[in-house]
Every structure is written in structure tokens, then in C-alpha cells.
Design a protein around this ligand. Structure first.
Ligand code: LIP
Length: 268
């Protein structure tokens, strides 16, 4: 596995270099398209970075499957699969808001588990990583979740979908959660929200509607930092709900999110 983790680090750095080359200097110009709604953007840089990642993976690991945000499934039949988000936090990237990342996870399809993950915070130049059973790190320094035990004293991250009706329910939910926690943060990149839980910058995070490429790498980094990652009603994180915490506040946060999702007709 070391070879795939080493490769993931190198691929993330190459993606960072491409991103920075396209936004540095006076000629910063992005071609921006929209996908599922006018708020769901994708740029030519997203596509260029994913193309770079896919070509690199195919070159080095021809049998591995590839699941990417922009180009979908490709590559070989496995048993390993690379789950890649070339720029997680695309809206932030388009605006220059400093919270977007290259996110790369490697899955063992036979064991249905993530074996390693890398999240490269491009604006802050921080490389988060984890391999199963070997701990979580940022720039080579070991990280761990907080030990805060009360939801009322916890800093909680969340995010919102692209569809207006989905946001209506998510906004209603967060308005009821806000008075029950220390505060809410909305960074705009799930992979970074998860890494902030892993390194103690957040005590917990929840979001519905995420794709595998949004959360797969960040999830193993949280788990290897001593945290807990689940769904809401379902045990596994997924499109319905992803909840990541320091483990101590997990049950109360999960119960609150599931009950409010039912109240407002949101997925959990
Ligand atoms: C983003 C997620 C974020 C969510 C945004 C968006 P993208 O992913 O990382 O947590 O709130 O709506 O889905 O689309 O920038 O790769």
C-alpha cells in the first residue's frame, strides 16, 4: 500500500502545481461551466487536474479502477479503486476563497474499505494523509481529534447542496442546531471539513448529499486520527448523510441530525 500512498501524495502535488500555474500571475482566467444547477460549477482547471490524475494512475496502476468527479468511472477492474476529486470546493476556487483541495482516496474493492487517503489543502499548502492502521498526519506531523465531550461546547462544520429546495431543509436544520452547539462553520469543501475534524480545528461535521470523492479520503484521515465517521440512519457515510466527529460527541450529534432531517424532510 505504501506505493499507492506515495503515488497519491505525488499526484496531489502535481495537481496543486497545475492549479497554481493556472491562477498565478496576471493571466488568471477560468472557463466556468455549470452542472446540476447554476450554483454547481466546474472549471477547465477541475477537468485538467482530473485528466492529469487519471493519466498518472493509468500509467502507474493500469489494473486499478478510477472513479472521478468530472469524468466518472474508468481504468481497470481492480481490486483497487482510486476515488478522486480534482478540486473539492470548486465554488471557493472560482471565487478565490481560500478553502479548496485535491482529494484522493484508494479503496480495496474486495474488502470494501478505504486503505489510504490524501487531501492537499492548496491555499494553505497542507498535505493531510492516512493509511489504514498507521495514523493520520499533516505535513508529516501526527494529528488527532479533540477530546471535547459536550455538544454545547463543540464547533461543528456543515455544508449545503446545490438545489434550492434541498438548501431550504438544510437551512432549517442548521438554524435548530446552531443554538445547541458552540458555533457552526461552513468552509465549502467537505474534504477539508473532515481534515479539520481530524486535526482538532472542528469537533464535528455533518453534511447530506456528498459524493464519494468529496468524503472518502477525509473519512479515513478522521478515523486514523481517532475519530468516528458514519452515516445518519445508515452506518456507512454516503449521499444520504456523512457525520464525522471526535467520537465522544458522535451519538448526540447523530441523533440530533437524524431527528431534524426527519422533521424537515431532508435525507439522513
Ligand atoms: C463541495 C463539497 C462541499 C459542499 C459543496 C460541494 P465540490 O464539493 O465539498 O462540502 O457543501 O456544496 O458539493 O462540488 O466543490 O467538489
Amino acid at each position: 500500500m505504501a506505493s499507492r500512498l506515495d503515488a497519491a501524495r505525488a499526484y496531489a502535488r502535481a495537481g496543486q502545481e497545475l492549479i497554481l500555474s493556472r491562477i498565478s500571475g496576471p493571466g488568471r482566467s477560468l472557463n466556468v461551466d455549470t452542472k446540476t444547477s447554476i450554483t454547481d460549477m466546474v472549471t477547465d482547471v477541475d477537468r485538467a487536474v482530473e485528466k492529469l490524475l487519471v493519466e498518472s494512475i493509468r500509467e502507474d496502476f493500469a489494473h486499478d479502477k478510477i472513479i472521478g468527479e468530472e469524468f466518472g468511472d474508468g481504468g481497470g477492474e481492480g481490486p483497487y479503486a482510486w476515488v478522486v476529486d480534482p478540486i473539492d470546493g470548486t465554488t471557493n476556487f472560482v471565487y478565490g476563497f481560500p478553502a479548496y483541495a485535491v482529494s484522493i482516496a484508494v479503496r480495496d474493492l474486495a474488502r470494501d474499505t478505504t486503505v489510504c487517503g490524501v487531501v492537499l489543502d492548496v491555499p494553505r499548502d497542507r498535505l493531510y494523509e492516512a493509511a489504514r492502521g498507521q495514523g493520520a498526519y499533516v505535513d508529516g506531523r501526527r494529528i488527532s481529534v479533540t477530546a471535547r465531550g459536550e455538544l454545547a461546547e463543540s464547533l461543528i462544520g456543515t455544508g449545503f447542496g446545490y438545489a434550492a429546495e434541498v438548501r431550504q431543509a438544510q437551512g432549517a436544520m442548521v438554524s435548530e442546531i446552531l443554538p445547541l452547539v458552540r458555533d457552526i462553520r461552513r468552509a465549502g469543501a467537505a474534504s477539508l471539513d473532515l481534515c479539520m475534524v481530524a486535526c482538532g480545528e472542528l469537533d464535528g461535521y455533518y453534511e447530506s448529499g456528498l459524493w464519494p470523492w468529496d468524503f472518502m479520503a477525509g473519512a479515513i484521515i478522521v478515523e486514523e486520527a481517532g475519530g468516528t465517521v458514519t452515516g445518519g440512519l445508515e452506518q456507512a457515510p454516503g449521499a444520504a448523510m456523512t457525520i464525522a466527529t471526535n467520537g465522544i460527541i458522535h451519538d448526540p450529534l447523530r441523533k440530533l441530525v437524524v431527528s431534524l432531517a426527519a422533521k424537515y424532510g431532508s435525507r439522513s
